[in-house]
Every structure is written in C-alpha cells, then in structure tokens.
Design a protein around this ligand. Structure first.
Ligand SMILES: C[S@@+](CC[C@H](N)C(=O)[O-])C[C@H]1O[C@@H](n2cnc3c(N)ncnc32)[C@H](O)[C@@H]1O
Length: 356
C-alpha cells in the first residue's frame, strides 16, 4: 500500500467518522505520526469510534508503524448522549472500511490496568481517554517512562472545558517536554533527553519490572526471538539492577544465542547479587561442565507446549493466563516460600524441580 503524503488526501475519510477531533487537530496528529520512523509504535488512549485512530492509521500506511488503540469500548464509558450504543462495532467498521486493519491493534480495557502490564517503548502517545484529573494524571505518569527520548506526547482537550487534561498538561506534562505546541485543544511536545534521570526509584522499578514481565511473555511465544527478549532484559537492567533472576534470564537467552562466555558472566553477576539462587547455581555448574547435551535438555525449547512457572505471585498468574491463551500446559509452580497447590497445579521447591 502506498504512503499517504498529505492529510488532504484522507481528510474526507476522517471527517466521515463521528468523534471529537477538530480538523486542524486531526491534521496535526496525522503529521506528527507521519514523521515518525518506519517501525514506530503509537499508543492512543481513548479511541471511541476511531476518528483519531483512523487519522493515525493513515499516517502509517505503507510502513511498519502500528497504532495500539486502547479504549474501554463499553457503551456507557462515554458521555456523548445519543451515541451510547455499541460503538466497538462502529470502531471496527471504520477501521475495516478504511482498510487499516494491519496498522491498528485495538486493546479493550481500562488504560490504568493496561499501563500496569505495559513494557514496550513508545514513539508517540496520544492521551484522550478519561478526562478526570486523576485518571489523566495516571495515564500520563504510567506511560511516560515508556516513551522514547524525543518521542511525541500529545493530549487532547487541553482547554478550560476539560479541567483534567488542562491541569495535567499545565502542572506537570509540559515541564517534562520540549518544543511544546498547541493547536486548538491538542497540546503536544517531545520528551526531554534527561527525563530518565528525573525518574523516581518507584517508576524505575516499575519500568524494569514491566520489561522483565514483557520478556517473560515473549519467551512463551512459539519461536521467540531471543535477541528481542535479551534487549528487553537489558533495558530492564538499565532501569534497575537488583531484580532476582534478571541476570539468570539474560544468561538463558545468551546460551540460546550460543554466547557461552557472556552467559557465564551473567550467571556470576546473579550469584554475586543472590548467592542462594539455586537455579543460577545449577546453570553455572552446567556451563562450567560445558555439557552441551545436558544444557540443551535443561534449556529446552520455549515453544514446547509444557512449562513450569517460577513464582506464585501476580506476575506469575499473568504468565499463567497467557499460557492458557496460547494453549501451553502449566506443569507446576516453582516457589521456595509457598506450599500446596494453585489453580490445581502443585507448588514445588526449586531444588525439587531441578531433581526431576
Ligand atoms: C473523548 S473520547 C475519545 C475520542 C476519540 N479520540 C476520537 O477521536 O473521537 C474518550 C474515550 O475514552 C474512553 N475511556 C474513558 N475512560 C477510559 C479508561 N479508563 N480506559 C480506557 N478508555 C477510556 C471512552 O470509552 C471514550 O471512548
């Protein structure tokens, strides 16, 4: 599909869609998205029937860019009186009609919850979901760490009629951006260079944790890309070094990529931080012995359909949910501090698991 160079070429398609976006705002949004790199990831919070989504989608035409469209997609989640219908169908119809399916990834849910599981770097975010002050603040604060340096952050309805976006923009967001501009009620800017330095310990930990979680999810896919998993884990360790098994998992990927020496270094690092980590000990011994067959057996194929899950807390439950989605059978949970069963699967200690 050919690239669309000018907003005027798609203007009438965007105008046809019911929604809340002035034409000038749509044009600016389109131009901001169009100048992003070829494989950029755009996140939109609040899609309604897809007016802004289609606008962003057209800016992706002919590229590898993607738009993640987050919305509750529930009939009573918008106050646009007459339109309290099943607008998810209309949203999908509009995407379909404009043949933009391959560029749009809709995610149905509350942005606050989605943010908690988020882990991917973002090139541009458009915030137009709930307009309550606290909600807008959470949307901004929780996705902000994932926006790349020089990435675009845009808010809609920065105007007196919507105090939520206006306050978040004025009190907080604009101070973390450079080259800030406003077009009608669309306010936007670009993420500052030194923004990572300004992050609190809490956001650092959260970002690292999300990336770690995301890496785990990637590992569960058929034929996972170990380079990608590794780069996620490396990003996680840039944010926060002290996370159990962060180095072990990196070692695991490095072994899969046949980088034995580097894997060994990671294991040593894990053992320095967590001398009692039995899994790391075990991997260390096997690497030392250079027993290729045993190593292959232990590392296995993540695309196999049976796995054991480390840990029994919420992140592990999320992995469990994903396993169910992908039809992966969970054999047991591994946890040194819990006993019994969870979701009808035995909880075993790591030592016991290794012996099996
Ligand atoms: C103003 S509309 C979005 C308009 C859209 N950008 C357009 O161009 O027409 C706000 C949307 O945010 C959604 N929304 C409200 N609260 C949300 C939340 N907590 N999480 C996700 N979406 C939410 C609503 O369902 C609604 O569709």
């Amino acid at each position: 599909m050919k690239q669309i160079l000018h907003f005027e070429q798609v203007c009438k398609y965007v105008q046809n869609i019911d929604g809340w976006l002035y034409l000038e705002e749509a044009k600016r949004l389109f131009n901001l998205a169009r100048q992003l790199p070829n494989n950029a990831l755009i996140v939109e919070i609040g899609s309604f029937k897809g007016k802004s989504t289609v606008c962003l989608g057209y800016a992706c035409l002919g590229s590898n860019k993607k738009v993640v469209a987050i919305d509750l997609f529930e009939s009573n989640s918008t106050n646009k009186g007459d339109h309290q219908c099943e607008y998810y169908k209309e949203f999908l119809n509009n995407i379909e009609k404009n043949k933009l399916n391959r560029y749009i990834i809709p995610i149905k849910g509350n942005s606050k919850e989605i943010a908690q599981k988020w882990a991917k770097p973002i090139d541009m975010i458009f915030i137009d979901g709930s307009h309550e002050y606290q909600d807008v603040l959470i949307d901004f604060r929780s996705f902000y760490p994932f926006v790349k340096k020089h990435g675009v952050i845009a808010f809609h309805d920065v105007w007196l009629t919507a105090p939520g976006p206006l306050l978040v923009w004025t009190k907080e967001a604009r101070h973390k951006l450079y080259n800030i501009q406003q077009c009608d009620t669309l306010a936007f800017g670009f993420k500052e260079d030194n923004s990572i330095i300004r992050e609190t310990e809490e956001t650092k930990y959260k970002s690292a944790y999300s990336l770690y979680y995301w890496a785990n999810c990637l590992l569960l896919l058929n034929n996972p890309n170990f380079e990608e998993v590794l780069s996620c884990l490396e990003d996680a360790s840039k944010y926060y070094k002290h996370m159990p098994n962060l180095n072990t998992l990196q070692a695991f990927c490095l072994l899969k990529l046949n980088k034995l020496k580097e894997a060994q270094n990671k294991i040593c690092r894990e053992l320095t931080l967590y001398p009692k980590n039995k899994i790391a000990h075990f991997l260390f011994i096997i690497i030392k012995k250079q027993n290729k067959d045993l190593l292959d057996k232990i590392l296995g194929q993540p695309s196999l359909k049976k796995i054991a899950i480390f840990g029994t807390k919420r992140p592990a439950e999320i992995v469990y949910e994903i396993c169910n989605q992908f039809g992966i059978e969970v054999l047991c949970w591994i946890d040194d501090f819990e006993k019994g069963e969870k979701f009808n699967r035995r909880i075993v200690q790591s030592g016991e698991f290794i012996k099996q």
